[in-house]
Design a protein around this ligand. Structure first.
Ligand code: WTA
Length: 661
């Protein structure tokens, strides 16, 4: 960990606090600061979250830490997630909107809880009919259409484990995830709209299947319109969801009670090796945590309209579009398309149309809105009381713009730090209980214990101005259970650095998040970004090695390294550095081939703009690529220590090659 030479506190402009408006505080769900003391009664404090759910059988043990780091929550308990998100609301909220979906071309669909109940039951019956059973992993490759939450909940109803692969992922990325999870069923859709174009999405499923050694048993194909798109071809494994539903109209399926510790879903995310890892989330702990934090942090009331402008295909959408909001009987907006189609006021138009009062998005989106300018907001009449941000550090000036222009200066603006692995938000200020401070995510959530450690594992004091490793040193119910099929990697990635691996006392186990952070004297955390070889591109997490393993497959490329470059809107973008094979020619062609390989094998969102052909990469004497140095070159920063390099002159030569382009 590099020391921060200038204390971060003095580098920011004046630390500045903003009070939550009294009108907000007066209506907030959580206003009593003793909530922190209650949750510090570990682990019993977390029972308050579990109490918010319906259990078929109540747990007998709140927390079982006897086999660290495989922590188990609410053991002995049984529950069903779909029942908790849908069925139990019918008595009071059958007619209440669960989702209102806006298609990009402007078509819309309202699903009341009663409708959601019907759709989930019918689709669960359909899944069962094609052979899906409790415990099976079902892969979903769906964009932002109602079919996505319906499919997730139908799986949950049957006790099947869903593994949704973000719709923007390409066929090879999808195939990898199907194979890794040993999934026998795939759910897709003919297509969807993005910037006015109908994307032939199902073709990715077809291509993915060709790459699998072991084909799936069935592909279930939803349709974007009533009928299948004329350009969509079906194969003998494909089953049209519409045909299945026609047989199962009006069917209902009893929700299968699951052990609290049974897995609910897998969510693949990027790590420090080339292979994506499937974070496995359990049923009782995860659902309790997201239900509790949705209530306390997003502060949703029955009368609110909430919009999390994110994609369900990532963890944010799982936790804070689907499970948390539905478990709280919220009414949410879903939007299919791009924020600038057909015009740059689209988001605010939708906010006005549905009366959204709680809005959640990412710094990448806010920076985009900021660049487009306030004039795109002005024509619309919307009024937010609560705004949140997630996914990347939000710069103070971006925070202020969000506060002033989106919030109108009278809403709360909450930054939320968490990860796929944490299941729900772990660092953030409860909106009515703390002043806001731009650039700072805030304090740990109730029951969460966070710290910042130096290289030796010693805790850095609040106010020291020094950056260190952000860790969570006490378990929490939302945490992942393990990585799909890879317990060893689970320990290696998260626990190995700061835990006593021989200890069977959970107190000796410390979760390393992979981010660096500083803690101000007031106890507010400021998250600086990843310290491992993982970057955050427009809020999408990408591993350097994941990109590199694709780039070295380009025939002319011998070696590749990828580093993150700071980008004014996307936060970070990948820069590729490649060494060519001897007979290959450096030129625009090979650079384009690299970009295309990434777009084809991972997804367009990951495509590197800058591809630099270099003579050699900076290897250490032990043969590791020092991507940190490449990052410094990409960001035009002075080079840090190069003494461990096999050839310390390499970075300077690369720098010349970059500037010579
Ligand atoms: C980053 C997204 C700064 C961080 C929920 C983390 C953030 C990674 C913030 C997880 C924030 C997320 N401030 N950085 N408020 N929220 N991050 O798994 O680097 O897609 O490790 O989960 O995003 O990304 P993931």
């Amino acid at each position: 960990m590099t020391d921060d030479p200038v204390p971060i506190e003095t580098r920011l402009s004046e630390p500045e606090y903003y009070r939550p408006p009294p009108s907000f505080v007066g209506q907030a769900n959580v206003t009593d600061p003793t909530v922190f003391d209650e949750f510090d009664q570990f682990p019993e404090g977390f029972e308050a979250y579990a109490e918010r759910l319906d259990w078929d059988e109540r747990w007998d043990t709140v927390f079982d830490g006897s086999d660290p780091p495989y922590f188990r929550w609410f053991t002995g308990g049984r529950l069903n997630a779909a029942h908790n998100c849908v069925d139990r609301h019918l008595e009071e909220y059958a007619e209440k909107t669960a989702f209102v979906w806006e298609g990009e071309p402007g078509d819309c669909r309202r699903l009341a809880y009663q409708d959601l109940y019907r759709e989930v039951n019918e689709f669960a019956a359909a899944l069962r009919a094609v052979g899906v059973e409790e415990g099976d992993v079902v892969t979903l490759h769906l964009p932002m259409v109602p079919a996505l939450p319906i499919s997730m909940l139908a799986c949950a109803r049957l006790g099947a484990v869903h593994s949704e692969v973000f719709g923007g992922f390409s066929a090879p990325a999808l195939a990898d995830r199907i194979a890794d999870a040993d999934s026998r069923h795939l759910i897709t859709i003919d297509g969807y709209y993005r910037r006015g174009e109908f994307l032939q999405h199902k073709r990715k499923a077809d291509d993915a299947r060709e790459q699998l050694d072991d084909d799936v048993d069935a592909v279930l194909v939803w349709t974007r319109e009533d009928d299948l798109h004329p350009a969509t071809e079906l194969t003998e494994r494909d089953v049209l969801v519409g045909d299945l539903l026609a047989v199962h109209r009006g069917d209902s399926v009893d929700p299968v009670p699951r052990a609290s510790t049974d897995p609910l879903f897998l969510m693949y995310t990027s790590g420090t090796t080339g292979k994506p890892k499937g974070a496995q989330h359990g049923t009782g702990g995860y659902l309790s945590y997201v239900t509790g934090t949705t209530h306390s942090l997003f502060d949703i009331h029955p009368t609110d309209t909430y919009w999390c402008f994110a994609d369900i295909g990532w963890i944010t959408g799982h936790s804070y579009i689907v499970y948390g909001p539905l478990a709280n009987a919220a009414s949410s907006v879903l939007y299919e398309g791009a924020p600038d189609h057909p015009h740059r006021g689209r988001v605010w138009e939708i906010a006005e149309k549905y009366g959204v009062d709680i809005f959640h998005t990412s710094p990448t989106a806010i920076r985009l809105f900021m660049r487009w300018g306030e004039s795109h907001l002005e024509p619309y009449d919307f009024d937010f009381k609560h705004l949140t941000s997630v996914g990347e550090p939000i710069q103070p000036e971006v925070w202020r713009w969000y506060y002033d222009h989106v919030g109108g200066g009278d809403s709360v603006v909450i930054d939320t730090w968490w990860q796929t692995e944490t299941g729900g938000v772990v660092l953030s200020n409860l909106p009515a209980l703390a002043d806001m401070k731009p650039g700072y995510v805030g304090r740990p959530m109730p029951g969460i214990s966070a710290a910042i450690l130096d290289d030796d594992g010693a805790e850095l004091e609040a106010g020291s101005g020094q950056a260190g490793y952000l860790v969570l040193d006490r378990p929490w119910p939302g945490m992942l259970q393990t990585l799909q099929g890879d317990d060893e990697r689970y320990i290696e990635e998260y626990w190995a650095d700061f835990s006593d691996l021989d200890s069977d006392d959970w107190r000796d186990w410390v979760y390393k998040a992979g981010d660096s952070a500083v803690e101000a004297a007031d106890g507010y955390f400021r998250v600086l970004g990843r310290i491992d070889d993982v970057m955050n591109v427009a809020g999408h997490r990408l591993g350097s090695m994941e990109l590199e393993s694709v780039i070295v497959e380009v025939p002319d490329v011998a070696e590749a390294a990828v580093a993150a470059r700071d980008h004014p809107e996307k936060g970070q973008v990948p820069d590729a550095y490649v060494v060519l094979r001897e007979d290959a020619e450096a030129g625009a062609e090979v650079r384009e081939a690299v970009r295309e390989a990434v777009a084809t094998d991972i997804g367009k969102f990951a495509r590197p703009d800058h591809v630099t052909v270099v003579d050699s990469l900076p290897y250490t004497r032990s043969g590791k690529i020092m991507r940190r140095l490449l990052g410094e070159i990409s960001n035009e920063r002075p080079l840090s220590d190069t003494t461990t390099l096999e050839d310390p002159a390499v970075p300077e030569r690369i720098r010349e090659q970059v500037s010579g382009e």
